[in-house]
Design a protein around this ligand. Sequence first.
Ligand code: UDP
Length: 471
Amino acid sequence: MEMVDQPHVVMISVLLQGHVKPLLCLAELLSEAGLFVTFVNTHHNHKRFSNLPEITNNLPNLHFVSISDGLPDDHPRDSFDLEYFFGINSATKPYFKELILSYLRDNSGDAPLQPRVSCIIADGVFSFPIDVAEELEIPIFSFIAHSARYLWEYFTIPKLIHGVDDHDHHLLPSDAMPGFELGRNDLPGFNMETLNSPVVQFLVGESLAMTRTSGLILNTIDDLEASCLPYITHHFRKLYTVGPLHVLLNSRVGDRSQLMASHGSFWKSDQNCMTWLDSQPSRSVLYVSFGSVVKTSCSNLLEFWHGLVDSGRPFLWVLRRDVISDGKESNGEIYEELQKGPKERVCIVEWAPQEQVLGHSAIGGFLTHCGWNSILENIVARVPMICWPNWGDQSINSECVVKLWKFGVELDAKDRSSIEKTINTLMGHQREELQLGVDRIAKRLEDGIHEGGSSYNNVEMLVGDLRKMKL
Ligand code: UDP
């Protein structure tokens, strides 16, 4: 049977929405190109996928399986819980190894027909798939869902630590920062205290582990990260910059792209906000979303609420049920307050179809936490931004948007009045200038995804390389 001779790519991402979604886009692209793809979820995430049947019905080459992450069902799996985060490698590795071994066994007899696994593509946040691939002698590629610049920070950190003798000296040497196109003082978190923290040290280790693979796949685009890519290339056997994956996928699946946009969502999108947007004037609405992970205090959310209402602008706010960091008892307070708002210009949902929202003509600005997926989706939709970075890669993403690409303003959310002022700066006198900025960047991005562009070519190259990898 022809199927058993196909190359079989096993892909795995275990934790966050912002990682699973682009990896799933890549899975869909590879299966569209005729590769046999198995997408591995943890049981926990698998149950949360909002529309698996639509994907599997449309893509006969794409298969889903789920494995245990080694934790009981009722474990909170809070990514801010360091014990949980650091324990994922050892907890999940045995289950992944068992799965891969099952794909290597002889397919004769009554066993289900499937090709032998020919390679693995794994989210680079955790190194356990690399260990498994090495033990079983299977080629592996790492995938990263954040920017190349952020990865480059983790390659630069060990050099910085070794290069600084005086540990009381909190400023780092200025010549140690090639590749960022940003000044040292614009690079967030670069002081000795954060460099030596357990989280940073863990992420440095996982980043360096990726250099053991056959190559690195990045959801980014050459032109926007040209300053650091030559440095990164040096550390890897092969580099594939294939972003933004959601756009490349949409352009290949045409009519199915709307359906694809919500693939891999852990929450069901509330489509009512699209009808509400239809009733709003062109470029008038501020879209507000803090992504899938960021949490903040109830009092801070209330300041946001008042700042948004006081701005006088219509707004669409994604308010996840789990966004409040300081206890369930605060939920009631904020939701009660929100009922008092001016209903005609406020729409609040728990989860939005973000790509569709950003593409709607009523949207005039995006107040965001600066997750990398949100940045890419925003550039494609050409919307000026207000940046409110919180942790991880969000700060460096925000610096790029504000200082380098110049299509956003930074928000210091200290109180309702500063929030209101920043909103009116973006939606008012600076809008035109920021619009020109995002149009410029969008043009550079679009050049890379058309036929012959860097990302387009790199997807072709990746597919070609994976085809050759039949075991
Ligand atoms: N997203 C969505 N609906 C929402 C909020 C977010 O579909 O209401 C999607 C968004 O389009 C993006 C992802 O969730 O693809 C969030 O990823 P990002 O990297 O921006 O941030 P993270 O959640 O990882 O912090």
